[in-house]
Design a protein around this ligand. Structure first.
Ligand code: ADP
Ligand code: MG
Length: 307
């Protein structure tokens, strides 16, 4: 039983009982602002969430195999406490089908073909949806840390076979699948993560490309996330414009919730080098504080103002 000592709980997973190292300075910055924190494992049944007036989700990354349990947990916490960000926002954000909502609002997303498990697609039906040439990506709509994600080569028969197996295995366990062309400009230009705090741009980082090859069963067993290589980044005006437009769209989707305490917008360059949305993180994003001076203080100020 975790005895509550603070009024703000930072939710993590059992594998990271002391948070992700990137979040450690956050505890110090909050303490300096008179906000001591407890680090609490989200699915620890002994935790009394009513002891915490506020709960901030941090490194809860082991939920992707049981998203319904995680969504239930957020709703349960909200019965006793204020969750930052709120449960309805988290529920919307857990499954990348939210990208369709953003697309409908005119935002540029990575072109995606969606495969629903209910349709019982056979190997041939999956295969006909692959691009005719070039590399492509298969990933589940519920994921984090590049888990269960693979890159394939449409020009290679063995690679296509592996892709079919990967997609079929995900669909067989009821998971929705995304099929995207691999946007090769990410190799030279990297991915850009823009972090907004209270709806205001805070900082950005560059993430190196992560996908080299097919998903291999077992390879990621027990691995919480793929190692990421980050560096500071000054976003281009085009990237800032897309990030700002996402924040504006979220204020329309969640008018009672805006501005959200935090929003992370991940962009990659398309074939014309235009930034397109890879994902938007409103649940448990890393903020990469170590790569931007002042960012942890800014975030801690925003949290302190809300608790
Ligand atoms: N269509 C794509 N083109 C290029 N790289 C991709 C594509 N989709 C995914 N990736 C790579 O895989 C990583 C993980 O994919 P992402 O959609 O961000 O899922 P996750 O929620 O697991 O982070 C990305 O950071 C990127 O490097
Ligand atoms: Mg990602």
């Amino acid at each position: 039983m975790t005895e509550p000592t603070a009024r703000l709980a930072l939710a993590t997973c059992a594998e990271l009982p002391d948070l992700d190292p990137d979040d450690v300075p956050l505890r110090d910055a909050l303490r300096e602002r008179g906000v001591p924190t407890d680090v609490v494992v989200w699915d620890d049944p002994t935790v009394d969430w009513s002891a915490y007036p506020h709960v901030l989700i941090r490194s809860t990354w082991d939920y992707t195999d049981r998203p319904a349990q995680f969504a239930d947990w957020t709703r349960r916490v909200e019965q006793y406490s204020t969750l930052l960000n709120p449960a309805d926002v988290v529920a919307w954000n857990i499954d990348k089908t939210y990208l369709r909502d953003l697309e409908q609002r005119g935002l540029p997303i990575v072109p995606t073909i969606w495969l629903d498990p209910e349709r019982n697609l056979n190997a041939r039906a999956i295969h006909t949806r692959f691009p005719a040439f070039g590399d492509f990506v298969i990933k589940p709509t519920v994921s984090a840390g590049s888990r269960d994600t693979g890159r394939y080569d449409a020009g290679e028969t063995p690679s296509r076979s592996l892709a079919i197996t990967h997609a079929k295995n995900l669909l067989a366990v009821g998971r929705r699948v995304m099929l995207q062309r691999y946007l090769t400009n990410v190799d030279a230009e990297g991915e850009t993560a823009l972090v907004y705090v209270d709806g205001e741009f805070s900082h950005a980082v560059r993430k190196e490309p992560l996908l080299e090859g097919p998903y291999r069963a077992g390879e990621q067993e027990g691995v919480l996330f793929r190692e990421e290589v980050m560096s500071p980044r000054d976003p281009s005006p085009e990237e800032r414009a897309v990030g700002d437009a996402v924040v504006a769209a979220l204020a329309e989707v969640f008018p009672d919730r805006a501005p959200l305490l935090y929003t992370r917008v991940d962009l990659i360059p398309d074939d014309e080098h235009k930034p397109v949305i890879l994902e938007v993180e409103l649940a448990e994003p890393s903020f990469f504080f170590a790569h931007s001076s002042g960012s942890v203080e800014r975030f801690a100020d925003a949290v302190a103002a809300r608790v």
